[in-house]
Design a protein around this ligand. Structure first.
Ligand code: AMP
Length: 225
């Protein structure tokens, strides 16, 4: 059973890295932002509650966030473990989390703010499968369409200059101190998020003492055969 938290500024690749790790290790990927976005898209009561806060780049209230996380984790479909992305984001959420769950490691994706702007403002997302693209270095094969399902890609409502400025400020004010709390417990590994996704994934695995990704192990075997 493996239980990880992944943290990092906007656009640092938390979603992509979580999905890679989760797919290979059979972990459940829990993204609080995705849960909220699903609710907004599907016009639920919760969606109506969080939509404006999200679009402005602000944090949703702790009570709602904690109840979403608690109910997601009590579903207990995570036989091999989970990787939680986008939570905790401030001190109260961290205290709640540490009281209720043990974790094995916190993966921090490190990216300078100057690179964040470039990535986030060029990000496009598939509304159906949640795959992220970047118009600069990971554009879809057909412009504007998801490689996996062909759906029209969209820009996240909070990937604007204004919302990004708020999100970055909030990250440094509220989320940086969370890292200090985790560091005291010696859970934290920090990985440079600037290289290509596969290289970042390989580094995460090496730092966590995990075997290389199945795909890269296969490629290695083929090369040495
Ligand atoms: P993300 O996809 O992680 O960037 O999350 C998108 C938005 O969802 C954030 O800007 C917040 O408005 C909200 N959100 C996601 N996770 C949290 C959290 N742990 N605490 C408060 N708000 C959150």
């Amino acid at each position: 059973m493996r239980k990880y938290v992944i943290m990092g500024v906007q656009g640092s690749g938390k979603g992509t890295q979580s999905q890679l790790l989760a797919a290979d290790l059979d972990l459940v990927h829990i993204s609080v932002g995705d849960i909220f976005r699903w609710n907004v898209q599907n016009h639920t009561k919760m969606g109506a509650q969080v939509r404006r806060v999200m679009a402005a780049g602000e944090l949703v209230g702790d009570d709602l966030v904690e109840s979403v996380v608690r109910s997601r984790l009590t579903e207990h479909d995570w036989n091999f473990g989970f990787i939680i992305d986008g939570f905790p984001r401030n001190r109260p959420q961290t205290e709640f989390f540490l009281e209720s769950y043990d974790i094995d490691a916190v993966i921090v994706l490190d990216l300078p703010d100057s690179e964040v702007r470039r990535r986030v403002l060029n990000r496009r997302v598939c509304p159906t499968c949640g795959i992220n693209y970047n118009l600069i270095d990971s554009s879809p094969k057909v412009a504007g369409q998801c490689d996996s399902c062909g759906m029209q890609l969209v820009t996240r409502e909070d990937d604007t200059e204004e919302a990004l400025a708020v999100r970055l400020r909030t990250y440094h004010d509220k989320t940086d101190p969370v890292l200090e709390l985790f560091r005291r417990k010696e859970y934290v590994i920090t990985v440079d998020a600037r290289p290509a996704p596969e290289a970042v994934q390989a580094e995460i695995r090496a730092r966590l003492g995990l075997p290389p990704a199945k795909d890269s192990a296969d490629a290695e075997e083929a090369r040495s055969a």
